[in-house]
Write a protein that binds this ligand. Sequence first.
Ligand SMILES: Nc1ncnc2c1ncn2[C@@H]1O[C@H](COP(=O)(O)OP(=O)(O)O)[C@@H](O)[C@H]1O
Ligand SMILES: [Mg+2]
Length: 220
Amino acid sequence: MDIVTIQNVKKYFGEGARQVKALDGITLSMEKGEFTAIVGASGSGKTTLLNIIGGLYAPTEGSVTVDGTDFSRLNDDELTIFRRRNIGFVFQGYHLVPELTVEENILFPLALDNLRPDRAYLLALTGMLGLTGRLKDYPYMLSGGAQQCVAIARAFITRPSIILADEPTGSFDIRTSQNISGMMKTVTESFRQTLILITHNPELAQLADRVIQMKDGRII
Ligand SMILES: Nc1ncnc2c1ncn2[C@@H]1O[C@H](COP(=O)(O)OP(=O)(O)O)[C@@H](O)[C@H]1O
Ligand SMILES: [Mg+2]
């Protein structure tokens, strides 16, 4: 089953002579449970594509369907709720709340929806991400890599069908990057989620089931 279907998506920024064609006709689909890496030079449109899949940007042209929902049929509020329930985002900066414990940071998205945490899932998830025994700690007590793992657990806690990760390990050395990316792969495989990871690094892309290469707003 396809979880993401994108048809002839274009995304232009600006107007006239200054117009940038960030995406210039993208058609692709991704299957449930698949791990896709997106690679390509800086400025090739990777982040724009991820933001379109995540419903953060509306395409200039073309259609985007995620988990059976055509984004063009949702208003802004519906899209926000859809995003919160179905999509997990991981960015390079982890944006943890310093006054909250690791556990409170991870559970934060559930609190927004008034949902009760599933303890067994929390413990399984944090175990896979190397955070066992760290739940009562505060973010400053953790290494950068472990803090990013907290951000990853937070993205997974709502059991989203898709995880979108934009260079999540871009600021770490290769060993830490491989380690964290491997843990993300383990979690997505265990819970049959779909992972889309943008990376500059060919060694990280190798972990994926499929690699999409972008150039000048197109897939090559
Ligand atoms: N919000 C924006 N406003 C104007 N131009 C943008 C915006 N976002 C991206 N772009 C432009 O679109 C192109 C693709 O950018 P981006 O998707 O960020 O590429 P990548 O993530 O591969 O580095 C670049 O030329 C970039 O400058
Ligand atoms: Mg980018």
